[in-house]
Design a protein around this ligand. Structure first.
Ligand code: ASP
Length: 312
């Protein structure tokens, strides 16, 4: 008898200096948002759907949710714009698609998927990516659609601090970014990540999220990974690729590889969180911040939704 079909899913909604006072909304609403995204991905996996479909569905729900820093609810650049980054990767083929600095597509993760499926490229940026989105017939929205007051106030607080000569970074507040990793019943892995990046970012700054092998990676030979945290440190540590190599070539478990990668990130002064699923389908997470919005589900076992350090 072949082994029973099995699937698993992990999602995150960002990590950081989370306390009951710094949550972006009521705790119950944060948990409900995570549960809704988990349910969207689960429905696909439980029905025998693909890991890629599941991660795109779960991330799309988080992008539409105003409490998370991706799609609607994204943070603002120094110029008061929303510039969105996203990526998706299929572990079976190692095909990947990503976009950086897009401004009008309602669900950037779906645009990343269109890049993967319908273009010869991996990463499209800014105006070109916006044009490609229109050509692909993806839903376009006015920039105001992404705006939520909390994020606008965060930018104003940052500017006020700068005017007083003080530096205030997102790292002092909390990180954001959303992501999902999945293993489907056929044993294929996938990962997706989407973010508004950092409040007050300038000069076309791009973080780790849309960079394959940094904030996002899926490889059926090793692990699926989605990251959140200090993007610059995650890029320098090449977290996704490093975890894949540690699992594939050094025989570490994904959990050991995640701890090793976070230590490397810390050596650059960075912090954040990682969700992962290995080839055995075991879902996991690791983070070096006080909290991380996260949830997981598997074919056998109860769903889990967690925010604080000690949970799960
Ligand atoms: N890693 C994201 C970036 O640097 C931000 C985050 O996860 O909070 O763009």
């Amino acid at each position: 008898m072949p082994p029973a079909p099995d699937w698993s899913l992990v999602i995150h909604g960002g990590s950081g200096q989370l306390t009951p006072e710094t949550l972006p909304g009521p705790e119950a609403e944060c948990r409900a948002g995570l549960a809704a995204a988990l349910a969207a991905g689960k429905a696909i996996l439980a029905d025998g759907g693909s890991a890629v479909d599941a991660v795109v569905a779960a991330v799309s729900v988080l992008e539409d949710h105003p409490l998370f820093n991706a799609g609607r609810g994204a943070v603002f650049t120094a110029e008061g714009r929303t510039e969105l980054d996203a990526a998706v990767m299929d572990g079976a083929t190692r095909q990947a698609g990503a976009v950086a600095g897009v401004t009008r597509t309602r669900n950037p993760v779906q645009l990343a998927r269109a890049v993967m499926d319908n273009s010869p490229h991996v990463l499209l940026a800014r105006d070109g990516a916006d044009v490609f989105a229109i050509e692909q017939g993806l839903e376009q929205v006015e920039p105001g659609w992404f705006r939520v007051e909390l994020r606008w106030q965060a930018l104003q607080a940052m500017k006020a601090a700068a005017a007083r000569g003080e530096a205030l970074f997102d790292a002092d507040l909390k990180y954001g970014t959303v992501g999902a990793v999945a293993r489907d019943a056929r044993g294929h892995l996938a990962a997706a990540t989407s973010t508004g990046g950092l409040t007050g970012k300038r000069w076309g700054r791009i973080g780790d999220s849309p960079l394959i092998g940094a904030g996002t990676l899926a490889d059926d030979r090793s692990v699926a990974v989605s990251c959140t945290g200090t993007g610059e440190a995650f890029i320098r540590a090449g977290v996704g690729h490093e975890m894949g190599a540690l699992v594939r070539l050094s025989g570490l478990t994904p959990a050991q590889a995640a701890d090793r990668a976070l230590a490397d990130v810390a050596s650059f002064g960075g912090s954040g969180g990682i969700i992962f699923i290995g080839t055995d389908g075991k879902p996991g997470w690791a983070f070096s911040t006080p909290g991380m919005f996260r949830a997981r589900a598997a074919a056998c076992g109860d769903d889990q939704v967690a925010i604080w350090g000690g949970e799960g």
